[in-house]
Design a binder for this molecule. Structure first.
Ligand code: HEC
Ligand code: HEC
Ligand code: HEC
Ligand code: HEC
Length: 155
């Protein structure tokens, strides 16, 4: 599966990889509402569930943080770019305004299946993955109003 290949198999974090990311604060400089929703949700704090040792262990850090602790603190937690793709190229204003161009250079608008790259059967939750329920708790973006359930994206 796409995300397992992308994240699950990642064993180390090289400098070149760091340079593909801009970090959530940068995204938030234009997407203030999305940034605030993220900041108050579970993903921004996902690295806090791991000990310092676990943060540098590929068995844990692939799903809990964009980059491990000893690298730049701007890249902590499950970040925008773990769902929307590394933003180095697409985060520029003129690219973002061109939906096709943005996608061509890496922007991902994720579907339910993307969540399950990390929310696997092994993750510590007794309940099976329920997209509608989980998405409501992290919902963001202009098309999605918290009170409007009909605005849910399709799996
Ligand atoms: C310089 C300002 C700016 C920055 C920085 C920025 N964006 Fe955007 N973004 C925009 C604009 C403008 C749009 C287009 C909005 C529209 O069409 O209504 C957009 C659109 C989007 C969309 C919707 C795309 C679509 O085609 O449906 C997503 C998702 C997104 N941005 C995510 C991100 C992420 C993640 C980051 C950080 C890596 C980021 N943006 C950084 C300005 C920015
Ligand atoms: C395949 C992705 C993945 C990997 C690898 C992973 N986790 Fe998690 N972890 C998750 C997800 C997803 C959740 C949230 C589950 C939920 O509440 O639905 C989670 C939640 C947790 C929590 C919070 C549990 C709670 O009850 O709130 C802890 C602690 C945790 N993980 C520790 C670890 C440790 C330690 C490792 C390494 C041995 C690890 N994780 C590896 C995906 C992962
Ligand atoms: C856990 C995965 C995840 C994270 C983390 C995440 N997003 Fe999203 N984002 C989504 C999903 C799923 C959608 C809904 C896509 C759709 O409407 O089809 C979305 C929608 C959006 C949209 C609206 C797209 C549109 O066309 O309406 C923007 C803008 C956006 N996200 C920006 C961000 C920013 C900025 C961050 C970080 C501060 C962020 N996202 C973090 C998964 C994520
Ligand atoms: C890169 C890995 C990753 C991806 C992709 C991801 N998540 Fe998560 N998610 C996590 C981790 C790790 C946690 C646990 C945070 C913690 O340590 O408490 C979590 C926790 C959550 C929680 C809180 C669950 C609880 O029981 O407290 C919700 C809700 C959630 N995720 C929704 C989603 C949705 C919806 C998507 C897809 C749009 C998604 N996630 C994609 C890694 C991920």
């Amino acid at each position: 599966m796409f995300f397992l290949v992308l994240f699950g198999a990642r064993a180390s974090f090289g400098a070149s990889e760091t340079h593909q990311y801009v970090g959530a604060v940068k995204c938030g400089s234009c997407h203030e509402a999305e940034y605030q929703a993220w900041l108050s949700g579970p993903h921004a704090k996902a690295h806090e569930s791991l000990s310092a040792e676990q943060l540098n262990d590929a068995k844990c850090n692939t799903c809990h943080t964009l980059l491990p602790f000893n690298s730049d603190k701007r890249f902590q937690g499950v970040q925008c770019e773990q769902c929307h793709g590394a933003g180095k190229v697409y985060h520029k204003d003129y690219v973002m305004r061109d939906k096709e161009l943005a996608r061509a250079v890496g922007l991902i608008v994720p579907k339910a299946a993307h969540c399950q790259g990390c929310h696997t059967a092994d993750s510590p939750n007794i309940k099976p993955f329920d997209f509608d329920e989980l998405w409501l708790r992290i919902t963001h973006g202009p098309k999605h109003k918290k009170e409007d359930k009909s605005a849910h994206i399709k799996p």
